[in-house]
Design a protein around this ligand. Structure first.
Ligand code: PLP
Length: 363
């Protein structure tokens, strides 16, 4: 039986025991809260992981990009929500082809963007399901809660569209300094969106889906009465940022990068064969804190260049050239997107590998 330590490096290793536990725990939380779980598969981009999520009870998947949806629908997924403001007739044509094969919805936050897709559907005598994106405080995309009713009224007038619901994403939870701060963001995420849904329904608009979700806020936000669906993504793997935010413990992190020490130029410096092309440069959240933890050590990756990961070696620790170590990345979703395949392990034993089929599908 091959062992993780025998792998060539750098290799992305996914522990199946941890992955399966993460998948089933989130599914259980959704069941207890009485909401549908629609995991965001941009984290893993792997159809096999999506199938585990569906088998555990997920109602469908969320994705961001049309290209990701093409991979997952081709792999047999029948219910997909693109939680992203898709814009343009070119993409509209690809969405139309997808809508023939799957129950499809996309996010919108402008009549202009929605109309660029609706024209294609209308010309084909079809309607595209959309969810209006509401900004609950992240200030990335989305209409403000105060603008939501006017925006929804304009959307339902656009031929070729069907308004299925509203959605939001509390990405600002990643910047909350304490678990109590994350909990407050989660409460607001749920309550703001439910209030919007109540207002829109009161105006006679058909709001079936009230969809929230990020990994740090998922469990609390899904508990807010009136929420119908939750879309966490990162929870399948977790990462250094989730540990720092208090979402989980290190033992809940399924994805690590096996790396080799390629140089020890000084007592306080060791260099691993994983740089920004392996780990990305995403910083640790909620506070910056290097580029990755090394399992079993206090020393951390302090800086990265493309192929070098420089460890600031703390007093009392030593690294030797040729030694292999496991790095816990700051942000697992981007690591997944940087690699063609992940190696599957249970503990130290290797069980196979999966292709990251939708990696790089950013269009
Ligand atoms: C719109 C949307 N929904 C859901 C998610 C999932 O959040 P997380 O990665 O924290 O689980 C994301 C992540 O970026 C997102 O952008």
């Amino acid at each position: 039986m091959p062992l993780v330590a025998d792998l060539d490096t750098p290799s992305v290793v996914v522990d199946l025991d941890v992955l399966e536990r993460n998948v089933s725990r989130m599914a259980e939380s959704a069941r207890k809260s009485g909401v549908r779980l629609r995991p965001h598969a941009k984290t893993h981009k792997i159809p096999e992981v999506g199938r585990l999520q569906l088998a555990a009870g997920a109602s469908g998947l969320s994705l961001a990009k049309t290209g990701e949806a093409e991979v997952f629908v081709a792999a047999g997924f029948e219910d997909v929500f693109l939680a992203y403001p898709i814009v343009g007739a070119e993409k509209g044509k690809r969405l139309l082809a997808l809508a023939d094969r799957a129950r499809l919805a996309v996010g919108v936050d402008s009549v202009e963007g929605a109309s660029s897709l609706a024209g294609v559907f209308r010309a084909a005598g079809r309607r595209l399901d959309v969810l209006l994106k509401v900004d609950c405080g992240f200030h990335r995309v989305g209409v403000t809660p105060a603008e939501a009713l006017a925006a929804a009224r304009r959307l339902v007038e656009v031929p070729g569209l069907s308004l299925r619901g509203v959605f939001t994403h509390a990405g600002h939870g990643y910047h909350a300094d304490t678990p109590a701060g994350v909990a407050e963001v989660a409460r607001q995420e749920g309550e703001i969106l439910v209030a919007v849904a109540v207002e829109l329904r009161g105006a006679g608009l058909p709001i079936e889906e009230v969809s929230v979700g990020s990994t740090p806020t998922a469990r609390r936000a899904m508990g807010v009465a009136g929420v119908t669906e939750c879309r966490p993504g990162n929870y399948v793997y977790h990462d250094g940022s989730q540990v720092a935010l208090g979402t989980c413990g290190i033992e809940d992190c399924a994805l690590t990068v096996l790396a080799t020490v390629v140089s020890v130029p000084a007592a306080d410096r060791a260099v691993l064969d994983c740089g920004s092309k392996t780990l990305s440069t995403d910083s640790l959240r909620p506070r910056a804190g290097g580029h990755g933890a090394i399992l079993g050590r206090e020393s951390r990756l302090d800086r990265l260049s493309e192929e070098h990961g420089v460890v600031a070696v703390v007093a009392g620790e030593t690294f030797r050239v040729g030694e292999k170590v496991r790095v816990l990345p700051n942000h697992a979703c981007v690591v997944s997107n940087l690699h063609d395949r992940v190696v599957l392990a249970r503990g130290e034993r290797i069980e196979g590998e999966w292709s990251v089929a939708a990696r790089g599908r950013v269009r």
